[in-house]
Ligand binder design. Sequence first.
Ligand code: PLP
Length: 448
Amino acid sequence: MTAPPQAAPPVTTVSQELFARARRVTPGGVNSPVRAFKSVGGTPRFIASASGAFLTDADGHRLLDYIGSWGPMILGHDHAGVRQALVEAAQSGTSFGAPGWREVALAETVTRLTGAQKVRFVSSGTEATMSALRLARGYTGRKYILKFRGNYHGHADGLLVEAGSGLMTDAAALGHLGGAAPSSAGVPAEYAALTLVSEYNDPAALDALLAARGHEIAAVIFEPVVGNAGVLIPTPEFLAALHRSRKRGALLIADEVMTGFRLALGGATELLGLTPDLSCWGKIIGGGLPVGAYGGRAEVMDYVSPQGPVYQAGTLSGNPLAMAAGLATLHALEADPGLYGRLENYTARLAQGLLAAAAEAGVVVCVNRVGSMLTVFFQAGPVASYQDAAHSDTAAFAAWFQGLLARGVYWAPSQFESIFVSAAHGETELEATLSVARAAFLELRGAR
Ligand code: PLP
């Protein structure tokens, strides 16, 4: 099989200039690490605008977007209903520092869809998980938390222990994967010591840790479907073991920042039949504006100030613009009962097409997918844990990523992330993606 001609390198002069300016005034030139393309090389594209399933970069290239702002844009970019809600909200003032009707309406919608009894809005997923853990500690009077290797729950100190997402990407670039835990400088060992770590999808290890330390653990926090080590799918046995942690008095916290409203209207909780004590949300709940939330049983949530003794506050929490975008997004999702089926169908066919294209080119990959979340791991698989994911050929992934980007498909710039399909991705986009993916696989094969 002969390799196709290499895609001509696109002209990225404006992105390069912006990146050079950005690096002078911002660490690494970006405001969130994975955006810097560190593990795939090259210049990150600076984005000028977005519409439907497409981004337009600063040099005028139209890119078929599979990041969707890392999850929030499930309806596609610049959705008419969300835009209209934002314009209306902006005409009534942009921040009050006092309660407003949209916070009530969004809380009513979220509780109705998720089964949580009470919810508190914050401004990011990080704030949501950080606050939920403080609440769990306040409620139980215990100080330890338990998390899973390769799960990412935002960047609060106690959660930057054996974390996925950008930390896993950086660790791979530095050659640390599979060795010492990737973690962040600036997290005191005393904080990290309060975080116990177990293996995802290893019910025996979890049971053993719970038997030994369960009485000291305030909360077990987990990604119900992992997106931050690439997509990892929980086994029924692992989910059963998670539920057993409640028998030890630990609160079960489902981090649905990525999966909430994406895998189903009721998130992974609905899809997998989970019964968490608390859940955390972000991304889709704000429809592309900065919103996070945590919620759950009323008896637990009533420990939050001003009702209870656990302090948590926010100047811009419940911001009217953010609430408006969240409300419009959730209402649009509710109003389209066929939407999750269409996302499932598109992404399942994408997975099959990618596997077929890789096989045709003789490139070994394994695809993990749940609903509209998908990762192509450059290895034979199966990939069920952080350790498994770490065996991927990150150099091959980087070359394939560049092959896609050169041909106008904007994939997540790391082996250890999920891509996200939106309602704006249709038949034309699917065909275009598979033809580009095929060319990129063949090019990769030809380069070896
Ligand atoms: N939890 C999960 C599962 C996430 O995927 C993320 C971010 O990607 C977070 C928490 C942190 O959210 P944010 O980036 O909004 O702080």
